[in-house]
Design a protein. Structure first.
Length: 440
C-alpha cells in the first residue's frame, strides 16, 4: 500500500451509507427503554431487533476495516520507525502510538504511558533512540495522521455500537446476559458476528473470543494466561481464585453456548434458563473451592489378649500332630560326636543331614501298655489251639473240567517228589580240578 496516498481509497466503510444509517438509528433509539412485553409478534420481525443484528454484523466489518487501515499505517510509517510494528502488535495501540509520536525523533519527549504498558514504553523508547528510521516529509506525515484519525473513528463507532447492543441485550440474548452480564455478552456477540454465529460455535472456541496476541518485547509472559479473551476478563471469572480460573472459564463457556442456543430459538425470554445455569455454575465453583476432606483419625483397637491356649481336645491333637517334629527331622537335628555328618548342597547352599542314614534300619517295636489293652474273652483265647481242622477250611477244589474235585494234599506232595527224583536222579555235580604248575 505504499503507492496509495489516500487512505479513503482502501478503507471506504466509514463513509458508507450503511454505516451512517445504522449510527443514526442508534442515536435515535439509544435513550429509549423497551421491555420484552412491548415486542409484538416474533422477535425477528421487530425493527429494533433487526437493527441490533445489523449493528452486530457491522462490528465485524469494522474490525476488518481497522486491520486494513493498520496495514496502511505500517507501510507508510515504516520509513520513520520500522521496529515499532514488531514491538506493538495491537492495531489500535499501534495507531495511538504513531499518533502520539508523529514525526518526533527524540522519543524521550513523547509521553506514551497513557497508551502502552510501562515495560513496552521502555522498550519502544530505547529502540527509538537506536533506530535507523528517517524523518517523514510533511505530505507523508499528513497521510499517516489521516489514517490514524480514521482508525480511531472506526474504533469510536464500534464502541458506540457495543454500548447500544449492551443496553438491548435483555431483548436479544437474555439468558446469555444472565450468566456473564450485558457487557461481556455484547462483546462476545460483536466478536462472533451475531447470535446465530455464536450459537454455532463450540465452547472451546467461545473461550477464544477476544483473545490477545502475544507480544515479542522479550519480557516474560508467564503471568498472562494463554487462550483467554472476553470471558476470562468477566467479573464471574475474575472473582474466582487464580489457580481455578482456567477451569472456571471452561465451565462458563459450556453454559454460555447452551444459553446462546436457547436465545436463538427464543425460549425462556425472561432469562430464567440463564439464571438457572448461573446457579449451577456458582455451585460448581463453590465445590471447586472447598478444602479437601480431612483425614479421619481412627481410634486404636480395644486391647484383647485373644482366646486362651487349649491343651487338649480332638482339634488340638490333630493340630499338634500336623505340626509335630517327625522322626526324620529329629535325626537330622542330631549329631554323632567325632563323626562327620553327610551334607547335601544345591546352588550355593549346603545343609547337614545329621544322623539321617546312619542308623541300623531296625525299628523298635512299641511296647503296649497292658493297663490300657483290652482283654479278650477267655472263650476266644483257646480257639485254634487244637490240631483239628477248622470247620471253615475245605478240601474241595473247583476245576473247569470235572467241576467239584476232592483234593488230597499228601497226594500232591508225593507227585512233586516223584517228579524231582526223576529229573535230578540221573546225574551229579562234577568237580573239575585245575592243572598243577610244574616245578622249576
Amino acid at each position: 500500500m505504499k503507492s496509495v496516498k489516500d487512505v479513503k481509497k482502501v478503507a471506504k466503510l466509514l463513509s458508507s451509507r450503511q454505516m451512517r444509517d445504522i449510527l443514526t438509528k442508534i442515536e435515535q433509539l439509544k435513550d429509549t427503554n423497551r421491555s420484552q412485553t412491548q415486542i409484538m409478534g416474533p422477535v425477528e420481525e421487530d425493527p429494533e431487533y433487526k437493527l441490533i443484528v445489523q449493528a452486530n454484523n457491522l462490528t465485524v466489518d469494522i474490525d476488518n476495516e481497522i486491520l486494513v487501515v493498520h496495514k496502511f499505517i505500517r507501510d507508510h510509517y515504516a520509513k520513520k520507525f520500522p521496529e515499532l510494528e514488531s514491538l506493538v502488535l495491537n492495531p489500535l495501540d499501534y495507531t495511538r502510538a504513531v499518533k502520539a509520536i508523529g514525526n518526533e525523533m527524540d522519543l524521550t519527549k513523547v509521553d506514551l504511558r497513557s497508551i502502552l504498558p510501562s515495560a513496552t514504553v521502555m522498550v519502544v523508547t530505547v529502540t527509538g533512540s537506536t533506530t535507523n528510521g528517517q524523518k517523514l516529509t510533511d505530505e507523508e506525515s499528513m497521510i499517516v495522521s489521516d489514517a490514524c484519525d480514521m482508525a480511531l473513528e472506526l474504533d469510536a463507532a464500534k464502541r458506540k455500537i457495543l454500548e447500544y447492543v449492551e443496553s438491548r441485550m435483555t431483548l436479544i440474548a437474555p439468558n446469555l446476559s444472565a450468566i456473564v452480564g450485558s457487557t461481556t455478552a455484547a462483546k462476545m456477540l460483536g466478536q462472533a458476528g451475531g447470535l446465530l454465529a455464536l450459537c454455532k460455535m463450540p465452547s472451546c472456541n467461545v473461550m477464544l473470543l477476544g483473545v490477545q496476541k502475544k507480544t515479542s518485547t522479550g519480557f516474560s509472559s508467564a503471568s498472562t494466561p494463554r487462550h483467554t479473551g472476553y470471558l476470562f476478563q468477566s467479573e464471574l471469572i475474575q472473582r474466582t481464585p487464580q489457580d481455578l480460573r482456567i477451569k472456571a472459564q471452561k465451565i462458563v463457556a459450556a453454559k454460555c453456548t447452551l444459553a446462546a442456543r436457547m436465545d436463538r430459538v427464543h425460549e425462556s425470554p425472561d432469562g430464567s434458563f440463564g439464571r438457572n445455569l448461573r446457579e449451577q455454575i456458582d455451585k460448581k465453583l463453590e465445590k471447586l473451592q472447598e478444602p479437601p476432606p480431612t483425614k479421619t483419625v481412627k481410634p486404636l483397637p480395644v486391647p484383647d489378649e485373644g482366646p486362651k491356649k487349649r491343651r487338649a481336645g480332638k482339634k488340638v491333637r490333630r493340630m499338634k500332630e500336623a505340626y509335630a517334629v517327625t522322626e526324620l527331622r529329629k535325626a537330622q537335628n542330631r549329631m554323632a560326636f567325632g563323626v562327620a555328618e553327610d551334607e547335601t548342597g544345591s546352588f550355593d547352599k549346603t545343609k547337614g543331614l545329621g544322623l539321617i542314614g546312619q542308623n541300623s534300619g531296625k525299628i523298635r517295636a512299641s511296647v503296649a501298655d497292658p493297663r490300657v489293652k483290652a482283654k479278650a474273652p477267655k472263650r476266644h483265647q483257646f480257639l485254634g489251639s487244637s490240631g483239628a481242622t477248622s470247620g471253615l477250611s475245605s478240601s474241595l477244589a473247583f476245576t473247569p473240567v470235572q467241576g467239584i474235585e476232592l483234593i488230597n494234599p499228601e497226594e500232591r506232595q508225593k507227585k512233586v517228589k516223584e517228579a524231582n527224583d526223576r529229573y535230578f536222579g540221573g546225574g551229579a555235580f562234577l568237580k573239575v580240578g585245575k592243572p598243577k604248575q610244574q616245578q622249576q
